[in-house]
Design a protein around this ligand. Structure first.
Ligand code: PRP
Ligand code: URA
Length: 209
């Protein structure tokens, strides 16, 4: 089964409280999602493989470290996942970005796919799927399915908030994917919203409610 990793750094927890607050405006919300994504990317990359490399300092030769292994691809699920891209890119500037467009049908809560665009070398990259909300898990599962069908290697799913139902569903369907969260909430309500959650992430990011 994939790991469930809680990113519980104090800065993340502090910012998450402001993100949740219904009085936080669109500008602040967008900035904070960006900042939390950056901090989570720091945690998520903690175990990246390294190799030794020689470097000439102005004084002598030194042995340093550099990142080894597969290059990273970042896959935001539109729309709300876009709000996390710039923050992650500040930590991993060489990542290439693929986009998956998907929205939840309000009645059935089933994901509806409408777009996919991936970097040319996506099969060679280790992929991180990002979306602020993991509710039923339907969107994340469908996005990971779409990637695997194209022989890609999604290994990590990074979300701000999840419901236990969504975590369980992803772990069952994709046991090879680790899940990184800033918060694990209580449950879903009858409309499929995370309780207490933060409301509709896309609407709060883009001011569309
Ligand atoms: C939200 C969110 C996830 C999905 C989570 O997107 O950003 O993609 O819901 O719900 P699930 O786990 O039950 O699938 P939404 O459908 O609101 O689309 P949007 O980002 O375009 O607003
Ligand atoms: N999508 C959201 O944006 N918020 C939720 O609580 C659930 C799904």
């Amino acid at each position: 089964m994939g790991r469930l990793v809680m990113c519980d750094h104090p800065l993340i927890q502090h910012k998450m409280t402001i993100i949740r607050d219904k009085n936080t405006n669109t500008k602040q919300f967008r900035e904070l999602v960006d900042e939390v994504a950056m901090l989570m990317a720091y945690e998520l990359t903690r175990e990246l493989p390294l190799e030794d490399v020689k470097v000439e300092t102005p004084v002598a030769e030194a042995t340093g470290k550099r990142l080894a292994g597969r290059m990273i691809g970042l896959i935001p699920i539109l729309r709300a996942g876009l709000g996390m891209v710039d923050g992650v890119l500040r930590m991993i500037p060489s990542a290439k970005i693929g986009h998956i467009g998907m929205y939840r049908d309000h009645n059935t809560l089933q994901p509806v796919e409408y777009y996919i665009s991936l970097p040319k070398d996506v099969e060679e990259r280790e992929l991180i799927v990002v979306d602020p909300m993991l509710a039923t898990g339907g969107s994340a599962i469908a996005a990971i399915d779409m990637l695997k069908k194209r022989r890609c290697r999604p290994t990590k799913l990074m979300c701000l908030i999840a419901a236990p139902e969504g975590v369980k569903a992803v772990q069952e369907q994709h046991p090879d994917v680790d899940i990184y969260l800033a918060a694990l909430d209580e449950r879903l309500n009858e409309h499929g919203y995370i309780v207490p959650g933060l409301g509709d992430a896309g609407d709060r990011l883009y001011g569309t409610n």
